[in-house]
Design a protein around this ligand. Structure first.
Ligand SMILES: Cc1ncc(COP(=O)(O)O)c(C=O)c1O
Length: 433
C-alpha cells in the first residue's frame, strides 16, 4: 500500500494561500491584502488579534472531503471540534457535509447551523448520564467509547441503537498528545474486546449499528491510516448487521513548505477499493463515513496579530505581539509550526532570526522560535497562516484577555463579521461575588 504525495512540496504556505485564496487574497506591492485591504486596514476595522477565514478555501476543502470515496454510500462528517463558528458550520452544511460532535454544546451549535439530527454523529468520551440523555433526546446517532459507557447507555436506553468506537491498536499523529489509537490511548474499546461488547449489547438489547475509529490527528502519510482501515474491516466482520463504519479523520495539512500535501484522492481510492472487496465478504453494502476536522478548516484561516514591542537580549530578538497562547495555543501546546508573514513586507527576504511572542504572563508564550523574517516595526500586522483549525476553538480568556473577533472573507470579496470580540463585561459573566 502506498500513498502519493503531491508534487508541490516546497511551496511556501503564503504562495499556497494566495493560489487557493482566489482574487480575495493577493500580494500587492509587497503587501498581503484581503478583500483589497492591507492587514493593517483589516485590523483597524475589526480589531487585533483577529481570525479571518476564506470562504473559497473552506468550500474547496469541504468539496474534497465530500468526494473522498467513490464507494457509495458515503458520508463525510465535519469534525466541528476544529472550529465551531456557526457561520462556518453553515458553509460546511451547504456543501453537503454531515458532522460529528463531541459534546452537547457541539450538538447544539450544529443544530443551530442547520444540521438535521440524522446528520449529527455524537462521539462522546467519558460522559455522564446527563450528556447521554441530551444526545438520546436530541435523536442523534451515539457512539460510546468504553465498555463502561456502553453499559451506561444500555441502562439509560435499553433496546436502543448504538455505535462503538473501536481502538484498532494503531495510532498516528503529529504529536504524542494527538495520537488517539494504540494501547496507550484513552479512546475507544480495544479491538480485542469484541466479545465483551457483544455481551453488554445482548444484556441491554442494544443494537450495534455502527463502528467508528479515529487514530490521531494531522498525519501526512496515509500508510498507518490504511492499516487501521484494514483492521477495522476485519473487526467489522465480527458484527452481524452494521449500518455504517466511520474511519475517522486526522488527515494532515502541510504547515511548513518542506511538507508534502497528503494526496487524499489517492488515499480515498485505496479505501474505496478495500471497501468494495470487503462488502462482497460481508454480504451487505453499508455506509462508509469519515470525520476530518483540521483538513476542512485549517488552511482557510489566518490569524492577524499586531507587533507592539521589539526587544533584544544578548541571546534573542523578541517580537512582542498581541498573539498570546490564549489566542492560538498550538505552538505552546504541541510545538506546532505556523508560517508567519509580515503583511507589510510579504515577500521581503529575511534579515533577522526572531522569537515571536504574545502578551501572556508565561515564558512559554512563543508563537515561533528563531524564525527568519524581515525586520518588523511596531504596529506591523503579522499573518499567522493555517490557523483555522484548533485556533479559535482552543482559545481562552487566560490572563483575563479577550478572545478575538472572527471575520469571513466571502466569495464576493467582502469582509463579514461572524463573531464579535469578547468585551470586558464578558469576563464578569457567571461570576458571583
Ligand atoms: C473522534 C474524533 N474524530 C475526529 C477528529 C478530528 O480530527 P482531525 O481534525 O485531525 O481531522 C478528532 C480529533 O481529535 C476526534 O477525536
Amino acid at each position: 500500500m502506498s500513498i502519493r504525495t503531491s508534487a508541490k512540496a516546497g511551496l511556501s504556505r503564503l504562495t499556497a494561500l494566495i493560489e487557493a485564496g482566489g482574487p480575495e487574497i493577493a500580494v500587492v506591492r509587497n503587501e498581503l491584502q484581503f478583500a483589497d485591504l492591507t492587514g493593517k486596514a483589516v485590523t483597524e476595522r475589526f480589531g487585533s488579534p483577529l481570525y479571518l477565514y476564506s470562504e473559497r478555501i473552506l468550500r474547496r476543502r469541504c468539496q474534497e472531503v465530500a468526494n473522498f470515496l467513490s464507494y457509495r454510500p458515503f458520508v463525510a462528517n465535519y469534525s466541528c471540534k476544529a472550529n465551531t463558528n456557526v457561520a462556518l458550520l453553515k458553509i460546511a452544511h451547504s456543501e453537503g457535509l454531515h458532522a460529528d460532535a463531541m459534546s452537547p454544546g457541539e450538538i447544539m451549535l450544529l443544530r443551530e447551523a442547520g444540521f438535521a439530527t440524522n446528520q449529527i454523529f455524537y462521539v462522546g468520551n467519558n460522559v455522564d448520564d446527563a450528556e447521554l440523555l441530551y444526545a438520546i433526546t436530541a435523536g442523534v446517532t451515539i457512539s460510546v467509547d468504553s465498555l463502561a459507557q456502553l453499559e451506561r447507555l444500555g441502562r439509560l436506553n435499553p433496546g436502543g441503537k448504538v455505535a462503538v468506537r473501536i481502538n484498532p491498536g494503531i495510532g498516528d499523529g503529529h504529536h504524542q498528545k494527538v495520537v488517539t489509537g494504540g494501547a496507550d490511548s484513552k479512546f475507544g474499546v480495544y479491538y480485542t474486546q469484541v466479545d465483551e461488547i457483544k455481551r453488554i449489547a445482548n444484556q441491554y438489547l442494544l443494537q450495534i449499528v455502527g463502528l467508528n475509529q479515529h487514530i490521531g490527528s494531522n498525519f501526512l502519510n496515509g500508510e498507518t491510516y490504511l492499516a487501521s482501515v484494514e483492521r477495522m474491516l476485519e473487526i467489522a466482520l465480527k458484527f452481524d448487521d452494521l449500518d455504517f463504519i466511520d474511519f475517522g479523520g486526522g488527515f494532515g495539512i502541510p504547515y511548513t513548505s518542506e511538507q508534502s500535501r497528503l494526496d487524499i484522492t489517492s488515499l480515498g481510492d485505496q479505501v474505496s477499493e478495500m471497501l468494495e472487496r470487503w462488502v462482497t465478504q460481508y454480504g451487505k453494502r453499508i455506509t462508509a463515513q469519515i470525520e476530518p476536522g483540521r483538513y476542512v478548516v485549517a488552511e482557510c484561516g489566518v490569524l492577524l496579530i499586531t507587533v507592539h514591542a521589539l526587544k533584544e537580549t544578548p541571546e534573542r530578538i523578541f517580537i512582542g505581539t498581541d498573539g498570546g497562547f490564549n489566542v492560538l495555543v498550538r505552538p505552546t501546546m504541541y510545538d506546532a509550526y505556523h508560517e508567519i508573514v509580515n503583511t507589510r513586507l510579504a515577500q521581503s527576504p529575511p534579515e533577522i532570526e526572531a522569537y515571536i511572542t504574545g502578551n501572556i504572563c508565561e515564558s512559554g508564550d512563543l508563537l515561533a522560535q528563531r524564525r527568519p523574517m524581515p525586520k518588523p516595526k511596531e504596529q506591523d500586522v503579522l499573518a499567522v497562516l493555517d490557523a483555522g483549525a484548533y485556533g479559535f476553538s482552543m482559545s481562552s480568556n487566560y490572563n483575563a484577555r479577550l478572545r478575538p473577533a472572527e471575520v469571513l472573507l466571502t466569495l464576493n470579496n467582502e469582509l463579514q463579521l461572524i463573531r464579535e470580540r469578547d468585551t470586558l463585561e464578558d469576563l464578569l459573566r457567571h461570576q458571583i461575588y
